[in-house]
Ligand binder design. Sequence first.
Ligand code: S3P
Length: 172
Amino acid sequence: MTGGPLVVLVGPMGSGKSTVGALLAERLGVAYRDTDADIVAAQGREISDIFVDEGEPHFRELERQAVATAVAEHTGVLALGGGAVLDPGTRALLAGLPVAYLSMDVEEAVRRVGLGAARPLLAVNPRRQWRELMEARRPLYTEVARVVVATDERTPEEVAQAILDALELKDV
Ligand code: S3P
């Protein structure tokens, strides 16, 4: 058996990566880890502050380092931030891993995340920004994904089950 995460979750903000990730970890009897939380812990500040103070490129670099560390040492369920796939180095780190893309359509995103006040990328005109964000990122999520699981009109439990089925993972 090789090491590495059992499942890596990618997908837009609000697609349920943390909720589904925690459920999956419980079902698989493994730990859940989240690179956003790793960055906050390592930097001692909120992601929105890093974005505002040092800019997105700096955040993406921190994120690439966090993903590199996590894929090297974590053997459970790993969730990445919604924009992690934008960085080519981060995408390269995901090659060959069991990556599940949680997809979500734009209307569902607007409903779930709404104005996204706590999310720096959605501060102005959320609907248009969502559309642009999804158009730019969809090919990248697809590129890194081993499986794509639609989350629209599904409960987190149903999404978790769909991932287990798609990746042919057995729960405990
Ligand atoms: C981001 C998503 C966030 C977080 C940061 C940037 C993005 O993660 O990494 O605010 O670019 O989509 P979640 O997807 O966990 O909200």
